[in-house]
Design a protein around this ligand. Sequence first.
Ligand code: TXA
Ligand code: MG
Length: 336
Amino acid sequence: MTKVIQVNPDHPEVQAIEQAAAIIGQGGLVAFPTETVYGLGADAMNEPAVRRIFEAKGRPTDNPLIIHISNREMLDLVAADLSDQAEALIDRYWPGPLTLVLKRRTAVASSVSAGLPTVAVRMPGNPIALALIGAAETPIAAPSANRSGRPSPTTAAHVRLDLEGRIAMILDGGATRIGIESTVLDLTGGVPVILRPGWITKEQIAAVVGAIEPAASLAELQRSPGTRYRHYSPRARVLLIEHGATASVEQICKEHLKTATVGFIGHTPLAIDDARFQAMILQAKAADYASKIYSALREMDERGASLIIIEGILDAGEGAAVMDRLRRAASETLRE
Ligand code: TXA
Ligand code: MG
């Protein structure tokens, strides 16, 4: 049985936080909200505890985890040799959705890093997450709290659907604010490299550190094993219509309705009257897409869509992170 406790997202109740911290202290698993998505946490310094995360998620053990900390001192337990660039980024963007890949300290449970000499760390901008880490008095390793390959969870209900019975507790702090995962930035080479785009944009990072690698090359992506796996996938097939494609969204939906039950997620209101068609209309803005896209994918699955057609947005600023996730979820992409 998984215990679910409601927690006030602005003023987390001490009793709930202490119960969750006690589970972490005993090597157990607790799902908790961050400002991006829900995380599945365990004590990052406890090897058997960290292994339980991989088991509960069904996650390949060569895909390393992000460590979450609640203050600057905790960083020195897990990472070493911070550059001036790292310090400047920390000053500017923590707490917040920026994960830094740094040189690892050996006290970290080895499976957190999946054998790499590096460690990914961030300080989440969410009062429940910070209170839990503080009360547990240890850095917490936490991947997104979904079964491996499924869309990341943005509500406690999503976590429950994926992990009920596999984890001890869920702290329910309501829907997460941002909705897609943090930016992952590798600072262990000469020039910083974005391994995963996220809510902190490349422009925001460049404003602090100067030059960054514009997009991770294939060789660099090998350094972020997570980017090799298929991700964020609903059960239905996903067709992505890129922003700028000239084809009519309405025509594409009508064409596919001949052979499929279509769930449309996009920003163009469509007048299609067909029992096998349903639509979720979003604002054509990165913030609206980010906060709703994962739950929309799950919902279209529940409503029985056999094909999900997604209308993309402009690939710039925060939209770059949204489009990265949509392209990973897509089995087919329409560019023209
Ligand atoms: O917003 C987030 O980052 C959420 C919340 C819960 O904090 N967490 C999250 O974790 O998305 P996860 O495990 O789903 O994604 C972690 C990503 C993966 O792409 C993984 O490969 C990469 O970070 N990563 C972790 N450690 C790494 C390392 N040492 N070197 C390179 N990439 C690393
Ligand atoms: Mg994940």
